[in-house]
Unconditional design. Structure first.
Length: 404
């Protein structure tokens, strides 16, 4: 362990288009690199190289003073570290099978250009052992989260190797095996799904939690990384995930901070949002959308919409995405479904733009007017104007039933 692995290939992910994936990946690098000055595409490779070089494989423990951390399973504590030189060493007593989660933040202020050499490195090892072999853990490359299952009971040391003298915050969480991040709280035998959309042999499969990495930014939204453990049904054109609401809030707090999940929890048919939810990702801005509708069944209520998340200031392109997001009636489970959908025979004035027409869309007012035309066209189109048929996808969503 000790280093980050960043996979750059997007070729085997969502088939919407290679261009779409390249744009999403490039935008994510821009966001990580600077909140004010986006990178040009030729700057991406040097940025990645800097990130890789900034995280060496071995960290030296240079401080003799150890700071104790006292938390029980299910608890978290945030440690504020002042500007200083040298490594920080923390001591934590834990039991075998518990999961340790470390989240480093605060070292990239929102208004300051990111410097990978400022990112503290982390290693975890069993302190009362004759050797100091690192505990295996997985890392997310966006929020620099470390997560690992502790192999034995005892005292562990957490060593944070500073790359600079800047202050940082370290959030330490100790989670039990049935924490909602790792246990969705529902099994496949309690979920009914209609046949026809997925191949007959496709079964709901339990997917474990893992921190987000760059490969997740080559996938359709929401990110598969940072989702809690979930029951998943997928093929190359569609994805269904069912997970714990509490687990989602703990695993991916961005969803909570941006307010989309809270808005979905209180959704009612007579007060729908003006735009689709979960569309505020800065790596994939919402370009076009339509057919935002309220759906309700015995065991859930939610929203369905069609959308395109790239490119900006351009016409409508296939494939679009069909989205469905819902909260179970007992408010314990979150349902997310997405699928490729093609708008057959889209109006040429919306989909076949000249260079001059695209240039005009750089004007915000002109672009908003164009978006309104796309929305009207999607709303008025016959369900048979789409492939798969809109009625077919809606029927699949309405067939979902959760039993508890």
């Amino acid at each position: 362990m000790g280093g980050y692995s960043i996979f750059l290939s997007c070729a085997n992910f969502h088939p919407a288009s290679r261009r779409l994936n390249e744009l999403r990946f490039a935008r994510r690098i821009e966001v990580v690199a600077s909140s004010r000055r986006p990178l040009r595409r030729r700057q991406i490779a040097p940025m990645l190289a800097a990130i890789l070089l900034a995280v060496p494989a071995v960290y030296a423990q240079t401080r003799s003073q150890v700071a104790p951390i006292r938390i029980a399973a299910g608890e978290s504590v945030t440690l504020e570290r002042a500007a200083a030189k040298g490594d920080d060493v923390f001591e934590l007593r834990a039991k075998a099978g518990q999961t340790l989660v470390l989240e480093e933040n605060g070292y990239w202020p929102a208004a300051v250009r990111a410097d990978p050499t400022d990112v503290p490195g982390v290693r975890v090892f069993l302190a009362d052992s004759s050797h100091t072999k690192d505990v295996e853990g997985s890392r997310g490359c966006l929020d620099w989260r470390w997560i690992g299952v502790l192999p034995t009971s005892g005292v562990y040391h957490i060593v944070v190797s500073r790359r600079s003298e800047k202050r940082y915050r370290l959030r330490v969480s100790l989670l039990g095996p049935h924490d909602p991040i790792f246990d969705p709280g529902i099994t496949a035998d309690r979920i009914s799904i209609g046949a026809g959309l997925f191949p007959p042999e496709t079964k709901l499969t339990l997917k474990a939690f893992h921190p987000a990495d760059y490969t997740d930014y080559c996938s359709p939204l929401p990110l598969d990384g940072d989702l809690p453990a979930h029951l998943c049904l997928e093929d190359k054109h569609a994805w269904l995930g069912i997970m714990s609401v509490e687990g989602l809030k703990k695993a991916n707090p961005t969803w909570v901070m941006e307010g989309d999940l809270a808005e979905l929890e209180r959704i009612v048919p007579y007060a729908l949002p003006l735009k689709p939810l979960f569309s505020g990702y800065d790596d994939a801005p919402l370009a076009h959308w339509g057919r935002l509708e309220y759906f309700e069944a015995k065991s859930w209520r939610g929203l369905r919409w069609l959308a395109e998340y790239y490119p900006e200031n351009d016409g409508l392109h296939n494939p679009l995405m069909y989205f469905f997001a819902a909260i179970s009636a007992d408010r314990k489970y979150f349902i997310w479904f997405r699928a490729d959908i093609n708008y057959l025979n889209a109006p040429p004035e919306l989909s076949e733009l000249t260079g001059e027409q695209r240039a005009r869309l750089d004007d915000p007012t002109t672009y908003e007017t164009f978006q309104s035309k796309v929305k009207i066209a999607l709303t008025n189109a016959s369900p048979k104007s789409f492939k798969p048929g809109l009625d077919e996808l809606d029927a699949f969503v309405r067939s979902l039933e959760l039993r508890w």
